[in-house]
Design a protein around this ligand. Structure first.
Ligand code: DON
Length: 572
């Protein structure tokens, strides 16, 4: 079969008109594309988990779109080419600064369906049934992604139908899958058979191989309904009917009323200062911005740069601040629309100083001796991240997820997309760990219409008010600790963006009381910390997949795609 070109004739003609044939020649084919790990660009850059998605974003920048346009197109393309996390059946967060200085935090996190309730995963014997919260129909929250992308679109320049065109084309005509994708799909075959009421396109009799073409006709048709009917193309009409029918066949809870009622929300970004930098993070219902704030502030007045990268001293200090922040996560954080989260109290300087009083540079503070802080006063492994920047001065960080790899493993019959298993991010029973080992209680208990607490941390760092670093990563509860390390690597250890992303990471989350390190972490440092009394968990092959763009002194953009996957940068 002769493979068609990446873009259909009308889109290609538009590209030639606006961009010129020279640039068009650089477009990647979905049948022969290449991964670009880092690049320097002057006009715009996109980094995402898949080369074809980054390319979709770049093509939109080249058509005259801004970073918001490109982020929308990239996310839609990821839903096609990176089905284990890119999604329209999940949710996410966007943090952005626009060229006029306006700062945005857009929340399109999934919500608990109206029929959900606090004890919905508790069996008669009192046991919390994580099988039901982690896969299958009952694990899905009401998807937020499409509502989020339409909410973001008010800051975009091009029509939505232009932004969704690359995704439709990739779904309809297909693309070749990478070795990593083939592995992911092969590992999933049993679950796909178990959790589906109709056989999805991802099920195959023989093994998937790198180079196989994946065509997703049902998904293309769903995307076309969204193109033609806007948000209602997902939350109403045929797509909604297919979702509800799937729920009814599989014992899920999402109803038509849940879908119509879903709204994305603009919130105030969580903004704080670290030395001469301003950081913009995601506020509740993500713990990401607040955890990053707490961790950075707890090291700000300590000589971490002098201690050196991954020296026993710096790792020990960073571990202790991680532990303290995550104890607060478990007790205090949840959807602030439903629970009064004491954000000001747990981020103010005096509180954080108090939290560090029990810190010793000679030994661990055992987690069972460290309780969450008391807030006083009155209150005023799969996700994906993409970073985009443009020459107008817009910078966008988006992290989006189905929760774990391929979400609930349930594909909506006839609609071709995977649903999330985000319900597991609630605390399904106080003290029972979720799939990332995180515990919680009242603040993050299930309630109808509530959003489950997240760790996703799309983050912008500003220098003199202008975008300096755009960063984010997947990785469940390791997300905030990874961003913390990537930023400390650059801002304190003076590392290049690529080293900052590529160096092995470590992680502590209070409970379980163990330090987890990534393959390649310094053995000497590990031995020194063991001697001090630190317990180490099982070493991990890879932690996260960070996508980072840094603005260089001359104003050009350095884009870095993580080495840990098929992640790829595109720019011009
Ligand atoms: O929102 C959260 O924190 C999780 N659902 C993110 C899941 C994730 O990062 C999985 N990736 N490895």
């Amino acid at each position: 079969m002769k493979h068609p070109a990446f873009f259909s004739l009308p889109v290609a003609l538009l590209l030639v008109l606006f961009v010129g044939p020279a640039t068009l020649a650089q477009q990647q084919s979905p049948y022969a594309y290449k991964i670009e790990k880092s690049l320097i660009a002057t006009r715009g850059a996109v980094v995402s988990a898949h080369p074809l998605a980054s390319q979709a974003g770049l093509s939109i920048l080249q058509l005259g779109g801004n970073a918001i346009d490109a982020a929308i197109a990239t996310q839609l393309a990821l839903a096609v080419v990176y089905p284990n996390a890119g999604n329209i059946g999940g949710g996410g967060f966007m943090v952005a600064q626009l060229k006029d200085g306006k700062q945005l935090a857009l929340d399109y996190r999934e919500k608990a369906p109206a029929q959900a309730h606090r004890d919905m995963y508790i069996e008669a014997d009192g046991r919390a049934n994580t099988d039901k919260s982690q896969a299958g129909h009952l694990s899905s929250g009401v998807p937020g992604t499409i509502a989020g992308l339409f909410a973001a679109h008010r800051h975009a320049k091009l029509p939505f139908k232009t932004l969704i065109a690359p995704a439709i084309e990739l779904a309809e005509k297909g693309f070749i899958i990478t070795a990593a994708e083939a592995r992911g799909l092969n590992n999933l075959q049993n679950d796909l058979k178990k959790y589906n009421t109709q056989t999805p396109v991802f099920v195959k009799d023989s093994e998937w191989k790198a180079g196989d073409t994946l065509v997703q006709t049902d998904l293309a048709n769903t995307l076309k309904r969204i193109r033609d009917n806007g948000q209602a193309g997902f939350y109403e009409g045929k797509t909604a009917e297919l979702i509800v029918a799937e729920m009814q066949r599989g014992g899920g809870l999402i109803t038509k009323a849940d879908l119509v009622a879903y709204t994305a929300k603009y919130r105030d970004p969580h903004v704080f200062q670290y030395k001469e930098y301003t950081l913009l993070g995601m506020p509740m219902p993500s713990s990401g911005g607040v955890l990053l704030h707490q961790m950075l502030k707890m090291i700000e007045d300590r000589p971490i740069a002098a201690m050196g990268f991954q020296s026993p001293g710096s790792v020990q200090l960073m571990t202790e601040v991680m532990r303290r922040a995550y104890a607060d996560r478990a007790a205090h954080m949840g959807d602030a629309d439903f629970y009064k989260v004491p954000v000001q109290q747990i981020t103010n300087a005096a509180y954080l100083q108090e939290r560090m009083k029990s810190y010793s540079n000679e030994k661990p503070t055992p987690s069972n001796e460290l309780q969450p802080g008391t807030a006083v006063g009155t209150e005023s492994e799969e996700t994906t991240h993409l970073s985009v920047i443009d020459q107008e001065g817009n910078a966008v960080a988006v992290t989006t997820t189905l929760n774990n790899s391929y979400g609930s493993r349930t594909v909506v019959g006839g609609a071709g997309f995977l649903l999330n298993d985000e319900m597991d991010d609630f605390s399904i029973k106080p003290g029972v760990p979720n799939m990332f080992g995180a515990v919680g209680g009242e603040a993050n208990a299930i309630q109808p219409g509530k959003r489950m607490l997240s760790s996703m941390a799309p983050t912008l760092v500003l220098k003199k008010g202008k975008p300096y670093i755009v960063v984010g990563t997947p990785g469940g509860t390791t997300i905030p600790t990874q961003i913390f390390q990537t930023l400390v690597n650059i801002l304190e250890f003076g590392m290049s963006p690529q080293d900052a992303v590529y160096k092995p990471k470590f992680h502590h989350q209070w409970l379980p009381d163990e330090l987890v390190v990534e393959k390649g972490f310094s053995e000497t440092t590990k031995a020194a910390l063991q001697k001090m009394g630190y317990l180490f968990g099982k070493e991990r092959g890879g932690i996260g997949r960070t996508e980072l763009i840094m603005v260089r002194p001359d104003g050009s953009f350095e884009a870095v795609a993580d080495r840990r996957g098929d992640d790829s940068a595109a720019g011009y």
